[in-house]
Design a protein around this ligand. Structure first.
Ligand code: AHR
Length: 505
């Protein structure tokens, strides 16, 4: 007899609206995300601009809403002008962030046209590592001014008559990290971000600007960084970023599966700092949290790296960097991180799964070959498709599992959303052993369909997908109506999304 858990949904308690921007993604000029990822002119499916149609179809299926571009660490040494104008005349540069050679064959115009085809709103990051306010304003004028100025006419001459109309701009990237090109103290960055924000707002007060928060919660400067940066920028920015990556360390799968306990705390800590500084400065406008890089990233097990390239000191073009092969366990962690983001929709204004293709990505592809879905693709796709309306934080009666990093944590975690007519329930079983029978008091709800992502029949939680086999995919989950409950079973290490209809009485 499996363990039983009860998930009660109080539909009257629906809270914050879930922004579609919670399901954003990230394309960086890094490794094979752009070149050899979304863009491969020699691929049999490539379009006239060199973008792979098979990859594009998977991107559409993933259902992401916004895309952050062009970095990441890359942006801190990037000259945006290198990526515009006739492709054959663009300079080839060394990219010091990833020790690679950058051909600049893809830049703003190509990426924006591709994003439009993919149904993604473009979020542009500006370089505050080696550059400053003037270059950011130049890019803004180039991208968004209708015409009649040097920069806007340059854009038009480069083939784009209408402005790109980019609304959301990131002010630099991970400037707290010593690895960052142009790394700064919180005061140095805060001043520069404020100066840049002011100038960009003189151009267009309606922009949405994102200040760079800490690179991770474990940075020794975490907290003070956010306070200092917000003291400089509160009233000028709309969001502050959070970056969060998780991995299974030293075989401690129980703690890894509970990673969203860490993300919950991280978001709540940053939210408290935002409240503190808004109160201190008398700022009434909200400041959201943009979790603009999050994912599972096996940083201590550097996966599939081009050992003949970057690590040996070369400057390869589009090397294989951090092409993590994700497992069922990783997918369940991604699912639980999505639960945290949705649960905190009152504070999280945007989020970007980092990255989109090949580089720690839900989509992988091979040169001249196949494109495929990694296990992490499925929970993201489910949540992006189904999370609509307002958040419901269910009451979950479950037993606890022991973890060395977070103490005892609930075996089952869940969140739901409701748009009035339908309810979407997302749940993870983060226990390593044994299925759980879940009972949801029906209270006028009826099942419309459900999907499960779990280990294949052999129960291997390390199962993965490759160019040749797609053993891991979501499959239909049976939801039974029993007495006054909806009942389904969650195997150990699994993610489920359940769609329910509300009957109107
Ligand atoms: O997503 C990979 C890298 O992780 C990004 O370039 C950087 O911002 C972060 O450290």
């Amino acid at each position: 007899m499996p363990r039983t858990t009860r998930i009660a949904l109080d539909l009257a308690s629906a809270g914050a609206e879930v922004s579609p921007r919670l399901f954003g993604t990230f394309v960086e000029h890094m490794g094979r995300c752009v070149y050899g990822g979304i863009h491969e002119p020699a691929h049999p499916t490539a379009d006239a601009a060199g973008f792979r149609e098979d990859v594009l179809q998977l991107v559409r299926e993933l259902g992401a809403t916004v895309v952050r571009y062009p970095g990441g660490n890359f942006v801190s040494g990037y000259r945006w002008e290198d990526g515009v104008g006739p492709v054959d005349e663009r300079p080839v540069r060394l990219d010091a962030a990833w020790h690679s050679t950058e051909s600049n064959r893809v830049g703003l115009h190509e990426l924006a046209a591709w994003a439009e085809r993919a149904g993604l709103e473009l979020i542009e990051a500006v370089n505050l590592g080696t550059r400053g306010a003037a270059e950011a304003a130049d890019l803004l004028e180039y991208a968004n001014h209708p015409g009649g100025t040097a920069r806007s006419e340059q854009r038009r001459a480069n083939g784009r008559d209408e402005p790109f109309g980019i609304r959301i701009w990131c002010l630099g990237n991970e400037m707290d990290g010593p690895w960052q090109i142009g790394h700064k103290t919180a005061d140095e960055y805060g001043r520069l971000a404020a100066e840049t924000a002011r100038l960009m707002r003189f151009h267009d007060p309606s922009l949405e600007l994102v200040a760079a928060g800490s690179s991770n919660r474990e940075m020794s400067t975490f907290g003070e960084w956010e306070r200092t940066v917000l003291r400089h920028t509160a009233g000028l920015v709309d969001h502050i970023s959070v970056h969060a990556y998780y991995e299974e360390q030293d075989g401690d799968a129980a703690s890894f599966l509970a990673s969203n306990v860490h993300l919950d705390g991280y978001i709540e800590d940053v939210a408290a700092i935002i409240d503190e500084i808004r109160a201190e400065r008398g700022i009434t406008a909200p400041i959201g949290i943009s979790v603009d890089e999050w994912n599972v990233w096996n940083q201590t097990r550097w996966n599939d790296v081009d050992k003949d390239g970057v690590l040996s000191g070369g400057w390869p073009e589009a090397p294989r960097l951090i092409e993590d092969r994700y497992t069922v366990t990783d997918a369940v962690v991604v699912g639980s991180l999505l639960i945290s983001l949705i649960r905190h929709a009152d504070r999280v204004s945007m989020a970007n799964l980092a990255q989109l293709v090949n580089v720690i990505a839900p989509i992988r592809c091979e040169p001249g070959g196949a494109a495929w879905r990694q296990p992490t693709f499925f929970p993201f796709r489910d949540a992006a498709r189904l999370a609509r309306g307002r958040v419901i934080r269910p009451e979950v009666e479950t037993d606890l599992v022991a973890t060395s990093r977070y103490g005892e944590v609930p075996r089952i975690d869940a969140v739901a959303t409701s748009d009035g007519d339908t309810v979407a329930l997302f749940a993870v079983n983060r226990g390593l052993d044994g299925a759980v029978r879940v009972r949801v008091p029906a209270a006028g709800l009826r099942p419309l369909g459900a999907e499960l992502l779990a280990a294949p029949a052999d129960g291997d939680r390390h199962a993965t997908n490759t160019a040749y086999s797609s053993a891991v995919a979501s499959r239909p989950l049976e939801v039974r109506e029993e007495d006054d409950d909806l009942v389904f079973d969650l195997p150990a290490v699994s993610w489920a999304s359940i769609r329910l209809a509300r009957s109107r009485t």
